[in-house]
Design a binder for this molecule. Structure first.
Ligand SMILES: [Fe+2]
Length: 308
């Protein structure tokens, strides 16, 4: 048995187990067998040389060491694929659609400070760009408001970087949670964040250079919205006018998530957000599906990062 060909080797890799037919986990075994088989075929079809193979292994190692696996999954379409499949499952099950879901990305941090009804994300710093307010309601697919829903918001700073991952920013900078009022209303003040690109000189940028692709994301704001009896929603809104709106590195732009910017001259009623001047407003309601299970209602991160 010592001398084997590639097909025999694959068969051995995928059939070996210590415990007869019952060893291991059947699903993990089946999926691993498929992936290993596909990679064996790829190596064969492209005549992959040993130095190429080990360069790829080293790249994967560096990718993990840089904590960038969650960035490459977005750039290679896997994050959007999972959303497409959830949408298809909803359609097949006849579930009423809510606000479109969008990718979470790898930069969510749980446990942001919680406020009632409204908050400032800019920490009162007036110099951070033209003021804007985003406001609306959290509602169900029946249009009824969801009181005491939680809108978890995160966006990048003026340089396109996120707190926690960028050590120069204070903890939870530009990350807040808002509990909606009795009418499901929320509102917050911030500045419009810019688009940003994947880090240069990183394993991700190396691959994208080789693929001839750019690593830019259009300007966006992330949300994780949850409420009693409702299915938690991970989504983003896109700010119109960005060069990369329809050419997102992460394929996350969706119809219904590109918001309108509305100039507001009269700041009456917005004094509690420190506004006494004209500002830009986004109005957006989050429409949540009914939860099909307790698990669906939990505002769980897909790619959890807990603040240390
Ligand atoms: Fe982002």
């Amino acid at each position: 048995m010592a001398e084997i060909n590639a097909a025999q080797l694959l068969e051995l890799v995928n059939s070996r187990r210590v415990d007869g037919d019952s060893g291991g986990d059947a699903r993990v075994r089946a999926i691993t067998a498929r992936i290993v088989g596909d990679l064996f075929r790829t190596i064969d079809e492209f005549d992959v040389q040993p130095d190429e193979f080990w360069a790829a292994v080293k790249w994967l190692t560096r990718l993990g060491q840089a904590d960038m696996v969650g960035l490459i999954t977005a750039g290679l379409g896997f994050d959007r694929l999972l959303d497409i499949r959830l949408d298809e499952a909803d359609l097949a099950a006849g579930r009423a659609a809510g606000t479109p879901r969008a990718i979470e990305g790898p930069l969510y941090v749980a446990g942001a400070p919680l406020s009632r009804h409204e908050v400032r994300l800019d920490d009162g710093n007036e110099a951070r760009g033209a003021p804007f307010v985003m406001e609306g309601q959290v509602i169900g697919t029946d249009g009824q408001p969801v009181p005491h829903a939680v809108v978890d918001i995160w966006h990048c700073n003026e340089s396109g970087r996120y707190s926690h991952f960028d050590p120069s920013q204070p903890a939870y900078n530009l990350r807040r949670r808002i509990e909606t009022d009795e009418l499901g209303r929320y509102r917050f003040r911030s500045f419009l964040p810019p688009g940003y690109a994947i880090p240069p000189d990183s394993p991700v940028s190396e691959l994208f250079a080789l693929l001839g692709r750019h690593g830019n994301r259009p300007a966006h704001i992330h949300f994780l919205v949850s409420g009693s009896g409702k299915r938690a929603l991970t989504t983003q809104v896109n700010i119109p006018g960005d060069t990369y709106l329809d050419d997102d590195f992460a394929f996350a732009t969706r119809d219904g998530l590109v918001v309108a910017l509305e100039p507001v001259q009269d700041s009456a009623g917005y004094e509690s957000l420190g506004l006494h001047q004209p500002f830009t407003r986004i109005r957006f309601d989050f429409r949540l599906q009914d939860a099909g299970s307790e698990r669906e209602a939990i505002p769980a991160s897909r790619y959890q990062t807990v603040m240390a």
